[in-house]
Design a protein around this ligand. Structure first.
Ligand code: SF4
Ligand code: SF4
Ligand code: FES
Length: 251
């Protein structure tokens, strides 16, 4: 017989004026290889059909199942209950707009992020469908791919002290990672000055507290520390150049 697990789950329906945020408790017997995906589905099927949560891929690919698991942001589909104590508390990710219970709207946040960082290759070249593909070394392609592995789960944003303090005014590690990806890409012709306009401010890299909660919780183990360090150095140098150009052009 498996362990008797006790789940404390956050409940709130922002669409219902009568709904009040509270915790509900559910008991469930643990089965072999049980994940939180299995546990939550069993609770919904056997105990409370109104429980809201998100899963799509169940394989750590879509990023939709992130939640606070005993206070730590992580993917529920990848989390085995045997790694957790008998009492498990599940809360929705902070920072993002609540949909209901454990479900939050990360899509709107990430869409805004992509618009802010202008998340596409900027080039003056006119597309010529007959031109030969421009080669890229395997090493560089792999470096870019490494940063493309972000699944937009929102764990790094939920773990970020600064994003929690100013949820509408901090770009966060996922955005810094995205900018770093385009800085690596030789097809993107943006200069450091142009990136500085986007990220060289307190809402961007200069507002980052540098404690790296983001890297600690990233379920895809993206090298966020390296990207934040690189951006801080490059944008710091751009800030110095801006300062000097203001001093020397002053009459
Ligand atoms: S290092 Fe910066 S981006 Fe990462 S969690 Fe801390 S404040 Fe947020
Ligand atoms: S950087 Fe990591 S934690 Fe942040 S959204 Fe991407 S995959 Fe999730
Ligand atoms: S359901 Fe897709 S990452 Fe968990």
């Amino acid at each position: 017989m498996g362990r008797q697990l006790k789940f404390n789950i956050f409940r709130f329906n922002p669409e219902d004026p009568a709904s009040v945020p509270h915790m509900d408790t559910f008991l469930l017997e643990e089965t072999d290889a049980m994940t939180l995906f299995i546990a939550l589905n069993r609770i919904r099927e056997e105990q409370d059909p109104t429980l809201q949560f998100d899963f799509v891929c169940r394989a750590g690919i879509c990023g939709s199942c992130a939640m606070l698991i005993n206070g730590r942001p992580d993917l529920a589909c990848h989390t085995k209950t045997k790694k957790l104590p008998e009492e498990i508390t599940l809360m929705p990710l902070p920072v993002f707009k609540m949909v209901g219970d454990l479900s939050v709207d990360t899509g709107t946040w990430f869409r805004g992020m992509h618009q802010n960082v202008e998340s596409w290759v900027h080039t003056n070249k006119t597309f010529d469908p007959k031109a030969q593909e421009e080669p890229m070394t395997n090493e560089l392609a792999e470096e870019i791919y490494e940063l493309e592995r972000c699944i937009e789960c929102g764990c790094c944003i939920a773990a970020c002290g600064k994003a929690n303090m100013v949820p509408d005014n901090f770009m966060g590690a996922a955005a810094f990672n995205r900018i770093a990806r385009f800085m690596l890409d030789p097809r993107d012709q943006r200069s450091n000055d142009e990136y500085f306009e986007i990220v060289g401010n307190d809402e961007g890299i200069f507002g980052c507290l540098g404690l790296l909660g983001c890297e600690d919780v990233c379920p895809k183990k993206l090298p966020l520390q390296d990207q934040l360090g690189m951006l801080r150095r490059k944008m710091g140098w751009s800030a110095v150049q801006h300062l000097f150009s203001r001093v020397f052009t002053r009459k």
